[in-house]
Design a protein around this ligand. Structure first.
Ligand code: COS
Length: 400
């Protein structure tokens, strides 16, 4: 087993870390106060080739792996989880299209957005006010009318929506079928697409989320991705992949918490020595470092599975839940180690704590990740022979 990155991956990892060092970390606190989309930094990330990595070469992208995406997400997440979310959000918005659209559709709708001078954005529109963890309950409708579809409904928490040119919209074409009636559409910013309330958040203020209203929006029938009824499966296949990206941002936060806390523990003297010399602190740092490393391994393993076409639902759920819990725990511990300084706005760790919280919520709460992982483990166990042959309640093998 070789844990080394390839030459290209190593180059990308170094480039993303250098970008973070120069453009993200020094500006994260200052830009956060503005509570708006960090356009300038994202434009620089686009110019540095850190966006749209998974778009296939035939549609103008670099056609890189999910592992490559996680490297950039971790590196930028280390500097600022909000900016990382702004930079990496096109991965989520365009993934359903890479999964379900034809190359011709990608060339028509996505290529112009990723090959110009200016960075352009997509927004993933799945969640609604009344349908979050249970997207099958959505009320957005798409009705076929001749050569067009007419889309009507309201989405919320749509990242990058206020700056988006293309909306990936999940809508029901056959409501009575629930999840089997969902379809997905590429919707350019056109008449009837309206941006609603921009959310004010606890953390990740360097990324924007808003409501999006679709008021009788007409799109050509070739904006349908895949077939009618493919929407739910495409959404699930998307999240299977992109959750590794959130895990990577969370790993960046978890590692930053270790590094800031360790730096402080070396410098801060109490009782005549650096506080890091006290076992109470060094054991905390050891646990924090373990969590960050384990988060990284789970994340890269999930990405590797996806890149090799292997089932990834369970492992991306493991990675997302573990890494985001690690980020939250490490950020909390870093605040604790830094004491009063940890709680101040001028120091980076109170921001880490606010930013980490969202990684436990977005792209599926960690309860949903555990539901996905728990179901997968139970399913696998049906055919599992552990060699311990005792009947449970008269049943052999155990049934679920
Ligand atoms: N890949 C492909 N197909 C999948 C799949 C996956 N990872 N997961 C489920 N499916 C399929 C199932 O096989 C099933 O297909 P059939 O109807 O043909 O049998 C169908 O999808 C329904 O699956 P299931 O019964 O598991 O659906 P549930 O309604 O129970 O929901 C969860 C499953 C909870 C996992 C799903 O709704 C979910 O991920 N919710 C969270 C949504 C989320 O992350 N929102 C945040 C968006 S980002 S802002």
């Amino acid at each position: 087993m070789d844990f080394k990155l390839s030459k290209e991956e190593q180059e990308l990892w170094e480039r993303a870390k250098q970008f973070t060092y120069e453009h993200i970390t020094p500006r994260a606190l200052e830009l956060e106060k503005r509570d708006e989309f960090p356009k300038e930094v994202v434009q620089k990330a686009y110019e540095a080739g850190l966006m749209n990595l998974h778009i296939p070469k035939e549609a103008g992208g670099p056609g890189l792996s999910l592992l490559a995406e996680t490297l950039v997400s971790e590196a930028t997440g280390y500097g600022c989880a909000g900016m990382a979310t702004s930079i990496m959000c096109n991965n989520l918005a365009f993934a359903p299209l890479v999964i379900g659209a034809t190359i011709e559709q990608l060339q028509t709708y996505v290529q112009p957005l990723i090959t110009g001078k200016e960075a352009k954005f997509g927004a993933f529109c799945l969640t609604e006010r009344g349908a979050g963890s249970d997207p099958a309950d959505m009320t957005t409708r798409a009705v076929r009318d001749g050569d067009e579809y007419v889309i009507t409904g309201a989405k919320c928490f749509a990242t990058n929506a206020p700056v988006a040119s293309l909306f990936t919209v999940f809508a029901s074409t056959q409501p009575e079928l629930r999840h089997k009636g969902l379809s997905v559409f590429m919707v350019p910013k056109t008449k009837g697409v309206k941006i609603g309330h921009i959310e004010r958040k606890m953390g990740q203020k360097n990324s924007v989320q808003s409501e999006v209203f679709f008021e009788d929006v007409r799109v050509p029938k070739d904006c349908l991705v895949g077939k009618e009824g493919d929407g739910f499966k495409i959404a699930m296949m998307t999240l299977d992949k992109t959750r590794a990206g959130i895990a990577a941002i969370a790993t960046g936060v978890a590692q930053r918490a270790v590094d800031e806390a360790a730096r402080f523990a070396n410098i801060r003297h109490q009782f005549g020595k650096p506080i890091g010399k006290f076992q109470g602190i060094s054991f905390m740092l050891a646990d924090m470092g373990t969590r960050a490393s384990a988060a990284r391994l789970l994340t890269r393993y999930a990405a590797w599975l996806a890149d090799h076409g292997m089932p990834v639902s369970k492992d991306s759920a493991f990675a997302k839940a573990f890494a985001s819990d690690a980020a939250m725990q490490n950020a909390t511990d870093a605040v604790q180690i830094m004491g009063g300084y940890g709680y101040l706005e001028e120091y980076p760790v109170e921001k880490l704590m606010r930013d980490a919280k969202l990684t436990q919520i977005y792209e599926g709460t960690n309860q949903i990740q555990r539901l996905v992982a728990g179901r997968a483990i139970l399913k696998e166990s049906v055919n599992l022979d552990t060699g311990f042959h005792v009947k449970y309640e008269g049943r052999d093998p155990p049934l679920i």
